[in-house]
Design a protein around this ligand. Structure first.
Ligand SMILES: [Mn+2]
Length: 322
């Protein structure tokens, strides 16, 4: 399953620059950290990069090990670049301007993956990029050590919503989890890492956003929003909306959840989740974003009110009028 070209790429380079997507999540960082650690154990030189910002409580402590830009000196040894968990090159932020003259390998599981880089391993049906990194380690005859197994479990648990999003006939997430548990990873510790350590200010803000929820299209769409002034008013520093999605996904009859956030005076970020019908990865692509069939997002120019109007027009075309 792992392309020969990728195994050759790993064999042919002595040093690697590992890059993940901006505003990283635990699947992105878990992939970077586990692959970096494994390659270092094989005698390779590894440097880690991420544009940031680091905005999630469960991964903020890792920021210290990542550089936001590639120093020209880091390119002298002609390292191989490995981009993880990114559906397009612009997902790595400013780092996309630092790659000239380097060979790039891409490992990704996004349905909307556009295909970039010189060597590609893209499997949209896989539960997480950490799943793929685990598979890559095993394909080379390796076994993750305790730390690597814990990072891989963290990414796998994050992207599957702790296995809540795993559909019938897909045992691969559980098979990987069993292997990682054998290697010493603790699902209990990973759950604490993901769900503990939150700021009360952030949870209160989530409560406000939840209370703003509008029911649209006969309850098939639930919409809420966050304004630029909300975060400073609560003193919230992190961006975590999983609690809102989880709560709204429990509402009877809901198909699509939309969260819009006015990030700056001129830009809006959207988070989209669907239950069974709407391909939100394709929907986000229309607004310059991307993601998965059931979970995606985008950032675009505009104000909340007009982005909402444009988005709901697309939604109406997908699921019919209210
Ligand atoms: Mn992922």
């Amino acid at each position: 399953m792992v392309p020969e070209a990728l195994l050759d790429f790993l064999r042919d380079h002595d040093s690697f620059l590992l890059i993940g997507h901006q505003e990283p999540d635990a699947d992105c960082l878990g992939s970077q950290l586990a692959l970096g650690s494994y390659l270092a154990r094989q005698g390779k030189t590894v440097k880690q990069y991420n544009h940031g910002p680091f905005k999630r409580a469960e991964i903020n402590s890792y920021q210290v090990g990542f550089s936001p830009r590639i120093d020209p000196l880091d390119k002298v040894s002609r390292p191989g670049v490995i981009v993880l968990d990114c559906s397009s090159v612009d997902r790595i932020g400013d780092l996309q301007h630092d790659l000239s003259g380097l060979l790039v390998a891409v490992i990704d599981h996004h349905a909307s993956s556009l295909g970039f880089g010189d060597v590609r391993w893209i499997e949209p049906q896989r539960p997480s990029t950490t799943w793929m990194v685990h598979h890559l380690i095993v394909a080379q005859g390796g076994v993750p050590n305790l730390e690597e197994a814990s990072w891989l479990m963290l990414g796998l648990a994050t992207d599957t919503g702790f296995f809540r999003h795993v559909e019938a006939g897909k045992p691969d997430a559980f098979e990987a989890a069993a292997e990682l548990a054998k290697a010493g990873a603790s699902a209990k510790a990973v759950y604490q890492q993901i769900n503990g350590g939150k700021q009360l200010a952030n949870q209160k803000l989530m409560g406000l956003i939840l209370s703003r929820t509008e029911s649209l299209f006969d309850g098939r769409v639930l919409y809420s929003w966050e304004d630029q002034s909300d975060r400073p008013r609560f003193g919230a520093e992190n961006r975590e909306s999983d609690m809102i999605y989880q709560t709204l996904q429990g509402v009877a009859g809901v198909e699509l959840i939309i969260l819009l956030r006015q990030d700056t005076a001129t830009t809006v970020t959207a988070g989209l989740r669907s239950r069974a019908i709407v391909d939100v990865g394709a929907l986000a692509l229309k607004f310059g974003g991307g993601g998965h069939v059931r979970a995606s997002g985008f950032s675009c120019e505009g104000l909340l009110s007009d982005v909402k109007t444009r988005l709901l027009a697309e939604v109406a075309a997908l699921i019919g009028p209210a």
